[in-house]
Write a protein that binds this ligand. Structure first.
Ligand code: LLP
Length: 422
């Protein structure tokens, strides 16, 4: 459930008409709903109670500082995957003990910054990383808290580009080697082993792969404890999927997921961490775009929008479906027509949807891409020297621009002309 609903035939973001925001900031833009973000965070938080737990928002899905602050104020920790994300989390006041550092390629400088600033745990993904982290921590006179990410070799049954838990994926240490690697970690003076980390992929729409993975984690917890390790935390992922279409999708609910966690690992007495991104931010955001032209082609018609693949890359990159809805609802009984919905970028891949049924639209009409709050703005680029589009946050009946649209001058001024060209 989100807070982008029609009232009297026009689309609102909470209590603000979307057209009012468009008039103020221009199109295209991203628009997020505070109430939806807070609701989704609460659903996870409640789903894990009464287990001791921390919900760490996966900042990779949306790292605008206003979004982070909204969630941190409700008690969210942060899951970061780069020095930049760590710096953003710190910038909004998230304490180090609520920040988890994930990712397969942490650099020495990222490790150093997180150790100096404070970190809840590093999720370590390989033996070489473990050794480098040990050396960095020792050089700083510290012990780095670590969970080792194990790869459970479970098929998450999601898009191949976002599956992470099969042995052929680059992530984690094979579960078969886990006991040996934990023994190595325990012998390193700069590391403090605190738990186990697992993540099998994103946009999972069934519970079974989670169940398979978490049962393996439960068995491993017992084996590692028998080996003398103090396993006190479990960081559990996979990202629960969201419905990208209103009609026919009903992924499991956070409460079902919470029950599954309690059933599989609840008896171990561990603190549970989860790292949801998409389910918190995905349906809390829309991208609003205007029709530039309606082009009649041979055998198919095109809606050419002012938004493009550089603004929302998911359809081009993953063949992802986003519902695209008119900001002004059609009158009842109006016959839809079929369009290819495209952007102005000079490649055929700049296609959002093929032969999508839409009401008749004219230049200047607004459409909204639903479920665009996760992996939308964060994956955008300035391809074709198209400025990054503004982000707007709505709360009740007011809204604020939380990232402005840069001017052409600002974009162009970032390049340096070497002296031999002057
Ligand atoms: N934790 C780890 C270690 C991850 O790799 C991911 C996602 C998450 C948490 C958050 O997963 P979520 O709850 O958002 O499913 N750009 C792609 C998604 C990439 C996800 C990668 N890892 C997309 O637009 O679908």
């Amino acid at each position: 459930m989100d807070h982008f609903l029609y009232r009297d035939g026009v689309l609102f973001a909470e209590d603000v008409p979307v057209s009012e925001i468009a008039a103020a900031v221009g199109t295209p833009f991203y628009c997020y709903s505070t109430a939806t973000l807070e609701r989704h965070f609460r659903l996870f938080d409640e789903a894990l109670a009464p287990l001791p737990h921390l919900v760490c928002f996966a900042m990779k899905s949306n790292s605008n500082q206003a979004i982070l602050k909204t969630l941190a104020a409700k008690g969210a920790g942060m899951d970061v995957v780069s020095g930049g994300e760590y710096a953003r989390a710190v910038a909004v006041g998230v304490p180090g003990e609520r920040i988890v550092f994930s990712g397969v390629g942490k650099t020495v400088s990222e490790m150093r910054a997180a150790l100096a600033g404070g970190i809840r745990q590093f999720n370590v993904e390989s033996e070489p990383e473990m050794e480098v982290l040990n050396a960095v921590a020792v050089s700083m006179g510290l012990r780095a808290p670590v969970a080792i990410r194990i790869n459970p070799d479970v098929d998450a049954r999601t898009h191949a580009k976002i599956a992470t838990g099969k042995s052929e994926n680059k992530f984690g240490i094979p579960i078969s080697r886990a006991r040996a690697v934990y023994a190595q970690a325990a012998a390193l003076p700069g590391l403090e082993v605190v738990g186990i980390d697992v993540h099998i992929g994103s946009q999972l729409t069934e519970l079974e792969p989670f169940e398979l993975a978490y049962r393996k984690v439960a068995d491993l917890t017992e084996a590692l404890r028998a080996d003398g390790h103090e396993i006190r935390r479990l960081d559990l992922g996979g990202g629960l999927g969201i419905p990208y279409t209103r009609s026919n999708e009903a992924p499991p609910l956070p409460s079902d997921y919470g029950d599954l966690i309690k059933r599989t690992v609840g008896h171990l007495g561990c603190e549970v961490e989860i790292e949801p991104g998409r389910l918190i931010s995905g349906n809390a955001g829309i991208m609003v775009s205007a029709v530039i032209y309606v082009k009649r082609g041979e055998g198919r018609d095109f809606l050419i929008l002012d938004g493009a693949m550089n603004d929302l890359v998911r359809p081009s990159m993953y063949d992802a479906h986003h519902d695209i809805v008119p900001v002004v609802e059609p009158e009842p009984g109006v016959e839809p027509a079929h369009f290819d919905i495209v952007g102005p970028v000079c490649e055929t891949g700049d296609t959002f949807a093929r032969q999508r049924a839409m009401p008749p639209l004219a230049p200047g009409d607004l459409v909204a891409f639903r479920s665009a709050g996760a992996y939308g703005a964060v994956m955008s680029s300035e391809y074709n020297t198209r400025p990054l589009i503004p982000e707007v946050l709505v709360k009740g009946d007011h809204f604020a621009v939380i990232r402005p649209r840069p001017t052409f001058d600002e974009i162009i001024a970032r390049d340096n002309i070497p002296e031999w060209l002057l």
